[in-house]
Design a protein around this ligand. Structure first.
Ligand code: DX5
Ligand code: ZN
Length: 221
């Protein structure tokens, strides 16, 4: 079944613990953690201390999206702060093979993502080396933007390639996803759905339950 990874970027950071508490008692297994450095993207979010502190308060799988230049510099810090999977940007790494190797060596799962303008054909050769590919359906940097429709074709291309080659690589989609448009993202072939403002900007538990109802319905159809 498809899974959900709510992006804590849309939490109220003055009430971060309370917002995350509200996700409990649902079917949720993952949290999506957006780290931004103000260089790779024009925004700064939070760093290791925040991840470490929320790690102590829950057992969710920490699906971490590093929007930072040269993430290889901080692989150990991500691991130490409690990250389970580190997703790095194609555009941010001078030596992508080395960076993927460093994430694997530190015993985290490794994800690879790319900005909307980056040619998907540059990413495809890495699919057999990574645990997850993340399709950005907005320009990375901010929550609350509109879903880019052309990302559906990218999901379809990746789904076809992964299935044809029998690869063990999940497809995650991030940006502008709501309960009202998630079905077409699932139909295109997504395994893991990120949603920020549509969860933390609303009745958190109710929204998560709504997503899981849709996922269940889709898994039966
Ligand atoms: C954007 C982030 C997203 C963002 C999603 O750079 O990677 O994870 O928080 O938020 P929504 O769902 O509001 O687009
Ligand atoms: Zn993200």
């Amino acid at each position: 079944m498809v899974e959900l990874a709510p992006s804590i970027l849309s939490c109220n950071f003055a009430n971060l613990e309370a917002d995350i508490e509200k996700t409990k008692g649902t079917d949720l297994k993952n949290l999506h953690i957006d780290v931004m450095d103000g260089l790779f993207v024009p925004n700064i979010s939070f760093g290791f201390k925040v991840i470490e502190d929320i790690r102590k308060k829950n057992d969710y799988y920490f699906d971490t999206h590093a929007m930072i230049e040269e993430p290889i510099r901080y692989v150990e810090e991500f691991k130490k702060s409690g990250v389970d999977r580190l997703t790095i940007h194609y555009e941010a790494c001078k030596d992508l093979d080395k960076t993927i190797g460093a994430v694997k060596d530190s015993r985290m799962e490794v994800g690879l993502t790319f900005k909307p303008a980056t040619d998907i054909n540059l990413v495809i050769p890495y699919l057999d080396k990574i645990d997850l590919v993340l399709v950005m359906s907005v320009e990375p940097g901010f929550g609350g933007q509109s879903f880019m429709e052309d990302s559906l074709d990218k999901i379809k291309i990746l789904r076809e390639y992964i299935d044809k080659n029998n690869l063990d690589c999940l497809i995650e989609v991030d940006g502008g996803i709501k309960t009202t448009n998630v079905e077409k993202v699932i139909d295109a072939g997504a395994d893991l759905i990120v949603s920020g403002s549509d969860i933390f900007g609303k009745d958190i538990k109710n929204q998560i339950d709504k997503y899981y109802k849709i996922f269940e319905k889709k898994s039966l159809s």
